[in-house]
Design a protein around this ligand. Structure first.
Ligand code: RP5
Length: 162
């Protein structure tokens, strides 16, 4: 089965990136999560990205905050699809992370998600949708998730005064 890698710049990103993991779990997609820092472990980044396909990964989700170079540098070293998650930073609320990830030069692609937990969850969902292209079980799980979500919204859509 296709496997997804979730990498992040620091253990401090895990509370955010966990949302990607939870979504992949919900969709029945196998994943592994690890810390790979663009600045603190640059050699590990190259090693990870260059061996990702041989390791069995089909999609890479990369989250980082601040000077968030991890997704772009991973994309520079692999042809696998990379989804970038801007983690909310303490000083600039993640706007720095977003701008660091989204402005890739033409020719090296990162699919950038929203800042914070919603973006990380959607990175998991997008990765599951990619895997679902060739996996019937994951396709059914993605559809079931969306159906349940719609039903929940419809069931709770009537509002009244407190
Ligand atoms: C980035 O620096 C990480 O992705 C993290 O969001 C940020 C802060 O890292 P820590 O100082 O919390 O380890 O590389």
């Amino acid at each position: 089965m296709a496997k997804v890698a979730i990498v992040m710049g620091s253990t401090s990103d895990w509370p955010t990136m966990q949302q990607a993991a939870l979504m992949l779990k919900e969709c029945g997609v196998e994943f592994e999560a690890k810390v790979v820092s663009a600045h603190r472990t640059p050699n590990l980044l190259v090693e990870f990205a260059e061996s990702a396909e041989a390791e069995g990964y089909s999609v890479i989700i990369a989250g980082a905050g601040g000077a968030a170079h991890l997704p772009g540098m991973i994309a520079a070293h692999t042809h696998l699809p990379v989804f970038g998650c801007p983690v909310k930073s303490k000083t600039l609320n993640g706007l720095d992370s977003l701008l660091s990830i989204v402005q890739m030069p033409k020719g090296v692609a990162v699919g950038t998600l929203a800042i914070g937990e919603a973006g990380a969850a959607n990175a998991g969902l997008l990765a599951a949708q990619v895997v679902a292209l060739h996996d019937e079980k994951v396709r059914e799980a993605v559809q079931a998730f969306r159906k349940k979500q719609t039903e929940t919204v419809l069931a709770n859509g009537s509002l009244e005064l407190d």
